[in-house]
Design a protein around this ligand. Structure first.
Ligand code: FAD
Length: 359
């Protein structure tokens, strides 16, 4: 059986950026994803400006710009009672855009393949054993071997589960998402709307479609769906994608010969729209450490440097995400914040600028 230097389970942004960077470093790189790409994914489809430097390093900037997308010029926060506050985004080449995940993730996974990664779609990892190197079993009974394993398989990571590292599922919220016809004159704004039962995120993804996300709890999500049906005149048989949990405890990202990247390691509150950036960047950082380990450099030093860089990625940003989480868990509180921001807009402008600043 062929021995890969690194096997990456999951070909989303985290797995693809990791695979692309590993392949560039000359590693024999395997990627397994259970889906056939292009595929959609529950997401707000918004790309934080911090993603651009990663796209540049992957030599993908122009190809991302060529995808159908919307340039987002502002975010509008709406309180439960309908009062609003609008914050403008920075404009220019490195601005916030929205792209459907089917398009973005397909581009990223193809790039990993182009750079030399061995990509297997419709291949679900179901079993793992470790005996000097990793043996990965798939749903169809195939086996793959690799020296280092990366869990890039999202918030419900099978790799973390099989390694007994996945935190016990808490009673958490659930999200629904759909692409619906773009309402007339919607504009190039993101809408973040507090509702009694949770919140809704809305963003145009091209000239014809709106990404609509609803976040609530299992008992309230059907109320939110009915609200959306009324608000956007959706048919009762509107199809929705769904995901849970919205957040969970993190899994340590670096182990001896095992790494977790993207949502598999840490799931942040989606309200601030940063998950794709953390996925892309953590994938790159892990690839750097893996390349050093495979080349025979000091493993402990590589792991320490990775852990430092990984924590640094969140520094100065995670507290805002936590604040947002408090606001969305109590929509009344979030609404009060919108009311306050109408009187003192500098606070919400400061927080938004911290999130959309390009790193
Ligand atoms: C409601 C909502 C809105 C969001 N909005 C935004 C936003 O606007 N902007 C933003 O930046 N982030 C947003 N996020 C977060 C973002 O979607 C994630 O952070 C991002 O997708 C993480 O990427 P990833 O590569 O780690 O995982 P994923 O994108 O989840 O990719 C994991 C991959 O692993 C594969 N996989 C899973 N299990 C297996 C297995 N056993 N074997 C093989 N393959 C497997 C899956 O098929 C998938 O392709 C949102 C999240 C939610 C829930």
């Amino acid at each position: 059986m062929h021995l890969f230097d690194v096997a990456i389970v999951g070909g989303g942004p985290a797995g693809s950026s990791c695979a692309a960077s590993c392949a560039v470093a000359g590693l024999r790189t395997l990627v397994l994803d259970r889906e056939k790409f292009p595929r959609e994914k529950v997401c707000g489809d918004c790309l934080n400006p911090s993603c651009w430097p990663v796209f540049e390093r992957l030599e993908l900037t122009e190809r991302v710009r060529d995808l159908p997308h919307s340039k987002l010029s502002s975010v509008e926060f709406i309180a439960i009672d309908g009062r609003k506050v609008i914050v403008d985004f920075p404009s220019g080449a490195g601005c916030e855009i929205s792209v459907k995940r089917s398009l973005l993730d397909d581009l990223l996974l193809n790039r990993a393949g182009e750079l030399g990664a061995d990509v297997h779609e419709q291949t679900t990892a179901t079993g793992l054993s470790e005996n000097g190197h990793w043996k990965i079993e798939t749903a169809s009974g195939e086996f793959f071997q690799a020296r280092i394993l990366i869990g890039a398989d999202g918030r419900n990571s099978t790799v973390a589960h099989l390694c007994n590292l996945l935190p016990r599922p808490a009673r958490e919220r659930v999200a629904l998402q759909a692409h619906i016809p773009l309402p007339h004159a919607f504009g190039n704004r993101i809408v973040l709307q507090f509702l009694r039962e949770g919140y809704s995120g809305q963003a145009p993804v091209n000239e014809a479609q709106l990404n609509l996300c609803l976040v609530g709890t299992p008992p309230t999500i059907s109320k939110l769906r009915r609200w959306a049906e009324r608000q956007f005149q959706l048919p009762a048989d509107q199809g929705w994608r769904t995901i849970t949990p919205l957040t969970r405890s993190p899994v340590a990202s670096a182990h001896e010969n095992l790494f977790f990247v993207g949502d598999a390691a840490r799931v942040v509150e989606p309200f601030t729209g940063e998950g794709i950036y953390y996925a892309l960047r953590s994938g790159e950082l892990a690839a750097k450490a893996v390349a050093k380990i495979v080349r025979g450099e000091n493993r402990q030093l590589a792991l320490r440097n990775f852990t430092r860089a990984y924590s640094g990625m969140y520094r100065g940003r995670l507290w805002i995400n936590r604040l947002a989480r408090e606001a969305v868990l109590r929509p009344q509180l979030g609404s009060l914040f919108v009311h306050a921001a109408r009187i003192r807009p500098e606070i919400i402008k400061f927080l938004t600028a911290k999130i959309v600043e390009k790193l």
